[in-house]
Design a protein around this ligand. Structure first.
Ligand code: MG
Ligand code: MG
Length: 267
């Protein structure tokens, strides 16, 4: 069942989402060769608690940390560890925060120092595919329209769209209805309605879309060990249109990226 949010609840969700946005912005300055994902995890936990929020993933389904840290061929749900990041790595950082009873949940994939040209392109295209999907989140459309748009855009570049992991509704629970796949058919699935809030999160592989699940019960990697990228935003349907609750503004400021791509999703 889809849980519709009131205007007031959407504003509370924006607050939770922005705590995650600021956390990712803080981490953007700290991601560099030699730094461990466990160190970044501790920074994030402290930062989230300072904002009066609780880390959203810690203890959720027994996940042991604040951040899901998934380097290189890892897709999502990676557990932070003491291995230092190295030049040329990419690292997907997925972060949740709980405040006022509502979750924020979003993710960014960072380059560690200089990365290969083909990996740079993978990150750019995956980030762009997120906005291609968000553009379809409006009254008159269905879940399949978002998935179709992301898949079509992604596969045009020759990349693999992960099937086993999907976006989701968001609210008082981290994972609510509906599931938001990054693949699909136009006109299929649940209809979008005013007051829905969803997390859209394309997971895109440089090679095959196939995945491998690891024995720790969490780690998921690409089947061919090629890199995978992941970007996620929280979006509400407000006045029939997509309204971005999270933002990459803080990451962009930290990394010196100038863009107005998010402007069209603000009312
Ligand atoms: Mg997430
Ligand atoms: Mg999510």
């Amino acid at each position: 069942m889809i849980k519709i949010k009131t205007r007031e609840e959407i504003e509370l969700m924006r607050e939770s989402a922005l705590i995650v946005s600021k956390t990712l912005g803080m981490l953007a300055k700290e991601v560099k060769p030699g730094v461990s994902t466990l160190y970044l995890d501790k920074l994030a936990e402290e930062f989230i608690r300072e904002q009066g929020a609780i880390p959203g993933f810690l203890g959720l389904y027994d996940f042991p940390n604040t951040l899901c840290m998934s380097p290189n061929a890892q897709i999502v749900h990676g557990i932070p560890n003491k291995t230092p990041l190295k030049e040329g790595d990419i690292i997907s950082i997925d972060c949740g925060a709980l405040k006022n009873g509502f979750y924020g949940d979003h993710a960014y994939t960072f380059a560690v120092g200089e990365i290969a040209e083909e990996t740079k392109k993978l990150l750019e295209v995956t980030k762009e595919s997120l906005y291609v999907g968000i553009r379809e989140l409006k009254i008159g459309n269905r879940v399949g329209d978002v998935g179709f748009a992301i898949q079509e855009f992604t596969e045009k570049h020759g990349y693999g769209v992960v099937r086993e992991l999907v976006g989701h509704g968001l609210g008082r629970e981290m994972h609510e209805d509906p599931e938001m796949p990054n693949y699909g058919k136009r006109g299929r699935g649940k209809k979008f309605v005013e007051g829905m809030v969803v997390a859209i999160e394309p997971m895109t592989n440089l090679g095959t879309h196939k995945i491998r699940q690891h024995a720790d019960g969490w780690t998921i990697t690409t089947f061919d060990n090629k890199p995978s990228a992941h970007f996620e935003h929280d979006v509400a349907i407000l006045n029939g249109k997509p309204e971005l609750l999270s933002t990459f503004k803080y990451v962009n400021e930290a990394l010196g990226i100038v863009t107005d791509v998010e402007d069209e999703f603000r009312q």
